[in-house]
Design a protein around this ligand. Sequence first.
Ligand code: ADP
Ligand code: ASP
Ligand code: MG
Length: 406
Amino acid sequence: MPLIVQKFGGTSVGDLERIANVARRVASRKEQGNDMVVVVSAMAGETDRLINLAKKITPAPNERELDVLVSTGEQVTVALLAITLESMGYRAVTYCGWQVPIVTDDAYGAARIYDVPKEAMERDLAEGRIIIVAGFQGVDGKRNITTLGRGGSDTSAVAVAAALKADLCEIFTDVDGVYTTDPHITGKARKIGKIAYEEMLEMASLGAKVLYIRAVEFAMRYKVPLVVRSSFNDHEGTLVTEESSDMEKESVRAVTCNTKEAKITISGVEDKPGVASRIFSALADSHVVVDMIIQNSSAEGKTDISFTIPEVDLGKGLEICRGIEEYFQAENINGCEDIAKVSIIGLGMRSYSGVAAKMFSALAREGINIEMISTSEIKISCVIRQKYAELAVRILHDVFELDKAT
Ligand code: ADP
Ligand code: ASP
Ligand code: MG
Protein backbone atom coordinates (compact mmCIF):
# COMPACT_ATOMS: atom_id res chain seq x y z
CA MET A 1 0.00 0.00 0.00
CA PRO A 2 1.44 3.47 -0.85
CA LEU A 3 2.57 5.46 2.15
CA ILE A 4 2.07 9.22 2.30
CA VAL A 5 3.46 11.60 4.91
CA GLN A 6 1.57 14.89 5.16
CA LYS A 7 2.72 17.87 7.20
CA PHE A 8 0.45 20.75 8.20
CA GLY A 9 1.94 24.05 9.39
CA GLY A 10 0.67 26.39 12.09
CA THR A 11 -1.83 28.36 10.00
CA SER A 12 -3.30 25.12 8.64
CA VAL A 13 -4.14 23.96 12.19
CA GLY A 14 -4.86 27.44 13.57
CA ASP A 15 -8.32 26.62 14.96
CA LEU A 16 -10.76 23.71 15.31
CA GLU A 17 -12.38 24.40 11.95
CA ARG A 18 -9.01 24.23 10.23
CA ILE A 19 -8.13 21.06 12.12
CA ALA A 20 -11.39 19.55 10.82
CA ASN A 21 -10.35 20.61 7.30
CA VAL A 22 -6.99 18.84 7.81
CA ALA A 23 -8.79 15.73 9.09
CA ARG A 24 -10.96 15.65 5.93
CA ARG A 25 -7.89 15.87 3.70
CA VAL A 26 -6.14 13.08 5.59
CA ALA A 27 -9.27 10.93 5.56
CA SER A 28 -9.77 11.33 1.82
CA ARG A 29 -6.19 10.14 1.15
CA LYS A 30 -6.77 7.23 3.49
CA GLU A 31 -9.98 6.34 1.63
CA GLN A 32 -7.99 6.28 -1.62
CA GLY A 33 -6.08 3.34 -0.15
CA ASN A 34 -2.94 4.96 1.27
CA ASP A 35 -1.21 4.41 4.58
CA MET A 36 -1.13 7.82 6.27
CA VAL A 37 1.32 9.50 8.61
CA VAL A 38 0.54 13.10 9.53
CA VAL A 39 2.94 15.58 11.13
CA VAL A 40 1.54 18.77 12.63
CA SER A 41 2.90 22.05 13.96
CA ALA A 42 1.57 24.01 16.90
CA MET A 43 -1.40 26.31 16.23
CA ALA A 44 -0.34 29.56 14.54
CA GLY A 45 1.30 31.94 17.02
CA GLU A 46 1.50 29.38 19.84
CA THR A 47 5.26 28.80 19.74
CA ASP A 48 5.85 32.57 19.78
CA ARG A 49 3.41 32.93 22.68
CA LEU A 50 5.27 30.33 24.73
CA ILE A 51 8.69 31.81 23.99
CA ASN A 52 7.41 35.26 24.99
CA LEU A 53 6.07 33.90 28.29
CA ALA A 54 9.52 32.57 29.18
CA LYS A 55 11.19 35.80 28.02
CA LYS A 56 8.96 37.79 30.34
CA ILE A 57 10.70 35.97 33.18
CA THR A 58 14.24 36.34 31.86
CA PRO A 59 15.85 37.34 28.54
CA ALA A 60 17.92 34.14 28.55
CA PRO A 61 15.72 31.27 29.78
CA ASN A 62 17.32 27.95 30.66
CA GLU A 63 17.59 26.20 27.30
CA ARG A 64 16.50 22.75 28.48
CA GLU A 65 13.39 24.12 30.16
CA LEU A 66 12.57 26.38 27.22
CA ASP A 67 12.37 23.25 25.03
CA VAL A 68 10.12 21.55 27.59
CA LEU A 69 7.88 24.61 27.33
CA VAL A 70 7.78 25.28 23.57
CA SER A 71 7.38 21.62 22.60
CA THR A 72 3.94 21.61 24.26
CA GLY A 73 2.33 23.48 21.34
CA GLU A 74 2.61 20.43 19.09
CA GLN A 75 1.23 18.08 21.75
CA VAL A 76 -2.03 20.04 21.70
CA THR A 77 -2.51 19.84 17.94
CA VAL A 78 -1.69 16.12 17.56
CA ALA A 79 -4.29 15.30 20.19
CA LEU A 80 -6.94 17.60 18.66
CA LEU A 81 -6.39 16.09 15.21
CA ALA A 82 -6.55 12.52 16.56
CA ILE A 83 -9.74 13.29 18.49
CA THR A 84 -11.25 14.78 15.31
CA LEU A 85 -10.31 11.75 13.17
CA GLU A 86 -11.61 9.31 15.79
CA SER A 87 -14.88 11.23 15.95
CA MET A 88 -15.16 10.77 12.17
CA GLY A 89 -14.82 7.01 12.62
CA TYR A 90 -11.12 6.59 11.77
CA ARG A 91 -8.57 4.90 14.00
CA ALA A 92 -5.78 7.36 14.81
CA VAL A 93 -2.85 7.27 17.21
CA THR A 94 -0.60 10.13 18.33
CA TYR A 95 3.15 10.03 18.81
CA CYS A 96 5.02 12.76 20.68
CA GLY A 97 8.67 13.10 19.70
CA TRP A 98 9.89 10.90 22.57
CA GLN A 99 7.39 8.17 21.67
CA VAL A 100 8.61 7.66 18.07
CA PRO A 101 11.36 8.34 19.27
CA ILE A 102 12.85 11.14 17.15
CA VAL A 103 16.36 10.79 18.58
CA THR A 104 18.47 13.97 18.48
CA ASP A 105 21.67 15.44 19.87
CA ASP A 106 21.39 17.72 22.92
CA ALA A 107 21.59 21.09 21.13
CA TYR A 108 18.44 22.52 22.73
CA GLY A 109 16.45 24.78 20.43
CA ALA A 110 18.20 23.51 17.29
CA ALA A 111 18.71 19.79 17.85
CA ARG A 112 19.79 17.56 14.97
CA ILE A 113 18.01 14.30 14.31
CA TYR A 114 20.19 11.23 14.09
CA ASP A 115 17.74 8.35 14.34
CA VAL A 116 14.07 7.68 13.67
CA PRO A 117 13.23 4.04 14.43
CA LYS A 118 10.33 2.93 12.29
CA GLU A 119 9.21 -0.32 14.00
CA ALA A 120 6.48 1.07 16.28
CA MET A 121 4.98 3.20 13.50
CA GLU A 122 5.02 0.27 11.09
CA ARG A 123 3.07 -1.86 13.57
CA ASP A 124 0.38 0.81 13.89
CA LEU A 125 0.21 1.31 10.12
CA ALA A 126 -0.18 -2.44 9.61
CA GLU A 127 -3.18 -2.30 11.94
CA GLY A 128 -4.75 0.39 9.74
CA ARG A 129 -4.19 3.33 12.09
CA ILE A 130 -3.52 6.87 10.94
CA ILE A 131 -0.37 8.01 12.72
CA ILE A 132 -0.14 11.59 13.93
CA VAL A 133 3.33 12.74 14.90
CA ALA A 134 4.10 15.92 16.84
CA GLY A 135 6.42 18.03 14.68
CA PHE A 136 9.34 20.02 16.09
CA GLN A 137 9.89 17.62 19.05
CA GLY A 138 12.86 15.35 19.70
CA VAL A 139 14.47 13.50 22.56
CA ASP A 140 18.19 13.21 23.27
CA GLY A 141 20.17 10.17 24.45
CA LYS A 142 19.48 11.10 28.10
CA ARG A 143 15.71 11.35 27.52
CA ASN A 144 15.69 15.15 27.64
CA ILE A 145 13.08 16.83 25.44
CA THR A 146 14.63 18.79 22.59
CA THR A 147 13.25 20.91 19.72
CA LEU A 148 14.46 21.06 16.14
CA GLY A 149 14.64 24.83 15.50
CA ARG A 150 11.96 27.29 14.34
CA GLY A 151 10.14 25.78 11.38
CA GLY A 152 11.41 22.37 12.46
CA SER A 153 8.15 20.48 11.89
CA ASP A 154 9.17 20.36 8.23
CA THR A 155 12.26 18.42 9.32
CA SER A 156 10.17 16.05 11.44
CA ALA A 157 8.00 15.27 8.41
CA VAL A 158 10.85 14.63 6.01
CA ALA A 159 12.78 12.58 8.59
CA VAL A 160 9.72 10.39 9.23
CA ALA A 161 9.15 10.07 5.46
CA ALA A 162 12.80 9.03 4.98
CA ALA A 163 12.67 6.49 7.83
CA LEU A 164 9.46 4.90 6.52
CA LYS A 165 10.58 5.17 2.88
CA ALA A 166 7.34 7.02 2.10
CA ASP A 167 6.23 7.32 -1.50
CA LEU A 168 5.52 11.03 -1.05
CA CYS A 169 5.96 13.77 1.54
CA GLU A 170 3.45 16.61 1.19
CA ILE A 171 4.10 19.87 3.03
CA PHE A 172 0.83 21.79 3.40
CA THR A 173 1.12 25.47 4.16
CA ASP A 174 -0.64 28.82 3.64
CA VAL A 175 0.66 29.47 0.10
CA ASP A 176 0.25 27.38 -3.07
CA GLY A 177 3.87 26.29 -3.32
CA VAL A 178 7.39 27.63 -3.65
CA TYR A 179 7.42 30.98 -5.44
CA THR A 180 10.13 33.03 -7.17
CA THR A 181 10.08 35.15 -4.00
CA ASP A 182 7.88 35.50 -0.93
CA PRO A 183 4.41 36.13 -2.43
CA HIS A 184 3.62 38.34 0.55
CA ILE A 185 6.36 40.78 -0.58
CA THR A 186 5.32 41.15 -4.19
CA GLY A 187 2.20 40.20 -6.14
CA LYS A 188 4.49 39.53 -9.10
CA ALA A 189 5.95 36.40 -7.43
CA ARG A 190 5.33 33.32 -9.62
CA LYS A 191 4.82 29.75 -8.49
CA ILE A 192 7.64 27.39 -9.49
CA GLY A 193 6.37 24.02 -10.78
CA LYS A 194 9.46 21.96 -10.16
CA ILE A 195 12.64 22.90 -8.34
CA ALA A 196 15.91 21.07 -7.67
CA TYR A 197 16.86 20.12 -4.09
CA GLU A 198 20.04 22.15 -4.48
CA GLU A 199 18.22 25.38 -5.39
CA MET A 200 15.63 24.80 -2.67
CA LEU A 201 18.42 24.27 -0.15
CA GLU A 202 19.96 27.64 -1.02
CA MET A 203 16.54 29.33 -0.92
CA ALA A 204 15.78 27.83 2.50
CA SER A 205 19.16 28.74 3.92
CA LEU A 206 18.83 32.29 2.58
CA GLY A 207 15.47 33.09 4.14
CA ALA A 208 12.62 31.49 2.12
CA LYS A 209 10.94 30.09 5.21
CA VAL A 210 8.41 28.08 3.19
CA LEU A 211 10.66 25.06 3.85
CA TYR A 212 13.11 24.68 6.72
CA ILE A 213 16.67 24.14 5.58
CA ARG A 214 17.27 20.91 7.47
CA ALA A 215 14.14 19.41 5.95
CA VAL A 216 15.53 20.05 2.48
CA GLU A 217 18.93 18.62 3.50
CA PHE A 218 17.20 15.46 4.68
CA ALA A 219 15.05 15.21 1.56
CA MET A 220 18.10 15.61 -0.64
CA ARG A 221 20.17 13.04 1.25
CA TYR A 222 17.45 10.38 1.30
CA LYS A 223 15.85 11.39 -2.01
CA VAL A 224 12.44 11.98 -0.45
CA PRO A 225 10.04 13.31 -3.10
CA LEU A 226 8.65 16.50 -1.62
CA VAL A 227 5.62 18.54 -2.64
CA VAL A 228 4.78 21.95 -1.16
CA ARG A 229 1.13 22.96 -1.50
CA SER A 230 -1.72 24.84 0.11
CA SER A 231 -3.96 23.33 2.75
CA PHE A 232 -6.73 25.73 1.68
CA ASN A 233 -7.23 24.64 -1.96
CA ASP A 234 -6.43 21.82 -4.38
CA HIS A 235 -4.02 23.70 -6.63
CA GLU A 236 -1.02 21.77 -7.82
CA GLY A 237 1.96 22.60 -5.63
CA THR A 238 5.71 22.66 -6.22
CA LEU A 239 7.69 19.45 -6.61
CA VAL A 240 11.12 19.52 -4.98
CA THR A 241 13.24 16.85 -6.58
CA GLU A 242 16.51 16.04 -8.32
CA GLU A 243 17.76 18.38 -11.03
CA SER A 244 16.38 17.40 -14.43
CA SER A 245 16.52 18.66 -17.99
CA ASP A 246 12.90 19.87 -18.00
CA MET A 247 13.49 22.44 -15.26
CA GLU A 248 13.50 26.13 -16.14
CA LYS A 249 16.95 27.28 -17.08
CA GLU A 250 17.13 31.00 -16.29
CA SER A 251 20.29 32.27 -14.63
CA VAL A 252 18.25 33.41 -11.61
CA ARG A 253 15.19 31.53 -10.35
CA ALA A 254 14.44 33.12 -7.03
CA VAL A 255 15.09 36.08 -4.74
CA THR A 256 15.10 35.72 -0.98
CA CYS A 257 15.63 37.97 1.96
CA ASN A 258 16.52 37.27 5.54
CA THR A 259 16.05 39.90 8.23
CA LYS A 260 16.74 37.51 11.10
CA GLU A 261 20.52 37.83 11.09
CA ALA A 262 22.77 40.18 13.00
CA LYS A 263 26.29 41.40 12.40
CA ILE A 264 29.16 41.45 14.88
CA THR A 265 32.17 43.62 14.11
CA ILE A 266 35.40 43.18 16.03
CA SER A 267 37.59 46.13 15.14
CA GLY A 268 41.24 46.83 15.70
CA VAL A 269 42.28 43.25 16.46
CA GLU A 270 45.89 42.13 16.23
CA ASP A 271 46.58 40.65 12.79
CA LYS A 272 48.33 37.46 13.91
CA PRO A 273 47.85 33.74 13.34
CA GLY A 274 45.19 32.09 15.47
CA VAL A 275 42.81 35.03 16.01
CA ALA A 276 40.10 33.87 13.59
CA SER A 277 40.50 30.32 14.81
CA ARG A 278 39.99 31.41 18.42
CA ILE A 279 36.87 33.48 17.67
CA PHE A 280 35.14 31.00 15.40
CA SER A 281 36.02 27.94 17.48
CA ALA A 282 34.52 29.60 20.56
CA LEU A 283 31.32 30.40 18.64
CA ALA A 284 31.12 26.88 17.18
CA ASP A 285 31.58 25.32 20.63
CA SER A 286 28.46 27.18 21.72
CA HIS A 287 26.51 26.08 18.62
CA VAL A 288 26.40 29.62 17.19
CA VAL A 289 26.22 29.25 13.42
CA VAL A 290 28.29 31.84 11.57
CA ASP A 291 27.26 32.79 8.06
CA MET A 292 29.21 35.50 6.19
CA ILE A 293 32.70 36.51 7.32
CA ILE A 294 34.73 39.50 6.13
CA GLN A 295 38.22 40.44 7.25
CA ASN A 296 39.68 43.76 6.10
CA SER A 297 43.28 43.95 4.93
CA SER A 298 45.43 44.95 7.84
CA ALA A 299 46.93 48.35 8.56
CA GLU A 300 49.71 48.74 11.15
CA GLY A 301 49.28 45.18 12.30
CA LYS A 302 45.57 45.64 13.11
CA THR A 303 42.51 44.45 11.24
CA ASP A 304 38.68 44.33 11.50
CA ILE A 305 36.61 41.16 11.36
CA SER A 306 32.85 41.24 10.69
CA PHE A 307 30.53 38.27 10.55
CA THR A 308 26.83 37.49 10.61
CA ILE A 309 24.99 35.09 12.94
CA PRO A 310 21.31 34.42 13.66
CA GLU A 311 19.75 37.44 15.37
CA VAL A 312 18.58 35.27 18.29
CA ASP A 313 22.21 34.44 19.04
CA LEU A 314 23.45 38.05 19.07
CA GLY A 315 23.58 38.35 22.88
CA LYS A 316 25.32 35.01 23.20
CA GLY A 317 27.73 35.82 20.34
CA LEU A 318 28.75 39.17 21.86
CA GLU A 319 29.24 37.56 25.26
CA ILE A 320 31.48 34.88 23.75
CA CYS A 321 33.61 37.41 21.83
CA ARG A 322 33.97 39.67 24.87
CA GLY A 323 34.90 36.65 26.98
CA ILE A 324 37.95 35.89 24.83
CA GLU A 325 38.89 39.48 23.98
CA GLU A 326 42.17 39.24 25.91
CA TYR A 327 43.53 36.87 23.25
CA PHE A 328 43.30 39.38 20.42
CA GLN A 329 43.22 42.81 22.06
CA ALA A 330 40.26 44.28 20.14
CA GLU A 331 39.61 48.03 20.18
CA ASN A 332 35.87 47.51 19.84
CA ILE A 333 33.25 44.75 19.67
CA ASN A 334 29.89 45.80 18.23
CA GLY A 335 26.60 44.09 17.45
CA CYS A 336 24.10 45.33 14.85
CA GLU A 337 20.63 43.91 14.23
CA ASP A 338 19.67 46.45 11.59
CA ILE A 339 20.70 44.33 8.62
CA ALA A 340 19.04 42.22 5.92
CA LYS A 341 20.56 39.73 3.54
CA VAL A 342 19.07 39.69 0.03
CA SER A 343 20.06 36.88 -2.29
CA ILE A 344 19.53 35.70 -5.84
CA ILE A 345 19.61 31.97 -6.52
CA GLY A 346 19.70 29.77 -9.62
CA LEU A 347 21.43 26.66 -10.93
CA GLY A 348 21.71 28.47 -14.28
CA MET A 349 24.12 30.99 -12.72
CA ARG A 350 26.86 28.40 -13.22
CA SER A 351 26.87 29.16 -16.91
CA TYR A 352 26.00 32.85 -17.11
CA SER A 353 28.35 35.79 -16.61
CA GLY A 354 27.42 39.29 -15.55
CA VAL A 355 24.77 38.22 -13.05
CA ALA A 356 26.59 39.79 -10.07
CA ALA A 357 27.17 43.05 -11.94
CA LYS A 358 23.47 43.23 -12.80
CA MET A 359 22.49 42.68 -9.16
CA PHE A 360 24.93 45.29 -7.78
CA SER A 361 23.92 47.92 -10.38
CA ALA A 362 20.23 47.39 -9.65
CA LEU A 363 20.83 48.02 -5.94
CA ALA A 364 23.10 50.99 -6.67
CA ARG A 365 20.46 52.65 -8.86
CA GLU A 366 18.17 52.76 -5.81
CA GLY A 367 20.96 54.12 -3.62
CA ILE A 368 21.15 50.92 -1.57
CA ASN A 369 24.60 50.43 -0.08
CA ILE A 370 26.06 46.91 0.02
CA GLU A 371 27.88 46.14 3.27
CA MET A 372 28.92 42.53 2.70
CA ILE A 373 28.87 40.19 -0.29
CA SER A 374 29.15 36.44 -0.52
CA THR A 375 28.85 34.17 -3.53
CA SER A 376 28.71 30.49 -4.36
CA GLU A 377 28.29 28.71 -7.66
CA ILE A 378 24.52 29.16 -7.54
CA LYS A 379 23.85 32.23 -5.37
CA ILE A 380 24.90 35.79 -4.61
CA SER A 381 24.04 37.45 -1.31
CA CYS A 382 24.36 41.06 -0.21
CA VAL A 383 23.97 42.46 3.28
CA ILE A 384 22.16 45.81 3.29
CA ARG A 385 20.30 48.01 5.81
CA GLN A 386 17.07 46.35 6.92
CA LYS A 387 14.76 49.19 5.82
CA TYR A 388 15.65 48.45 2.17
CA ALA A 389 14.97 44.70 2.36
CA GLU A 390 11.57 44.52 0.64
CA LEU A 391 12.45 47.22 -1.87
CA ALA A 392 15.59 45.26 -2.82
CA VAL A 393 13.58 42.06 -3.28
CA ARG A 394 11.09 43.80 -5.59
CA ILE A 395 13.83 45.47 -7.63
CA LEU A 396 15.78 42.25 -8.11
CA HIS A 397 12.62 40.30 -8.96
CA ASP A 398 11.92 42.90 -11.69
CA VAL A 399 15.47 43.17 -13.01
CA PHE A 400 15.78 39.42 -13.47
CA GLU A 401 12.20 39.24 -14.86
CA LEU A 402 11.20 36.44 -12.54
CA ASP A 403 7.51 37.11 -13.14
CA LYS A 404 7.89 35.71 -16.66
CA ALA A 405 7.99 31.98 -17.31
CA THR A 406 10.48 30.71 -19.88
P1 ADP B 1 3.96 26.89 8.02
O1 ADP B 1 3.41 27.48 9.26
O2 ADP B 1 2.93 26.21 7.17
O3 ADP B 1 5.18 26.06 8.23
P2 ADP B 1 5.60 29.13 7.17
O4 ADP B 1 5.10 30.45 7.62
O5 ADP B 1 6.72 28.52 7.91
O6 ADP B 1 4.35 28.15 7.09
O7 ADP B 1 6.01 29.22 5.63
C1 ADP B 1 5.12 29.72 4.67
C2 ADP B 1 5.45 31.18 4.36
O8 ADP B 1 6.71 31.26 3.73
C3 ADP B 1 4.53 31.84 3.36
O9 ADP B 1 3.37 32.36 3.96
C4 ADP B 1 5.41 32.94 2.75
O10 ADP B 1 5.15 34.21 3.30
C5 ADP B 1 6.81 32.54 3.15
N1 ADP B 1 7.74 32.48 2.01
C6 ADP B 1 8.96 33.05 1.97
N2 ADP B 1 9.55 32.85 0.81
C7 ADP B 1 8.71 32.10 0.05
C8 ADP B 1 8.77 31.57 -1.27
N3 ADP B 1 9.84 31.76 -2.05
N4 ADP B 1 7.73 30.85 -1.71
C9 ADP B 1 6.64 30.65 -0.93
N5 ADP B 1 6.52 31.14 0.33
C10 ADP B 1 7.54 31.87 0.83
N1 ASP C 1 5.94 25.29 16.00
C1 ASP C 1 7.32 25.42 15.59
C2 ASP C 1 7.60 26.86 15.16
O1 ASP C 1 6.72 27.69 15.19
C3 ASP C 1 7.72 24.44 14.54
C4 ASP C 1 7.02 24.60 13.23
O2 ASP C 1 5.97 25.21 13.13
O3 ASP C 1 7.55 24.10 12.23
O4 ASP C 1 8.70 27.16 14.82
MG1 MG D 1 7.21 26.58 8.49
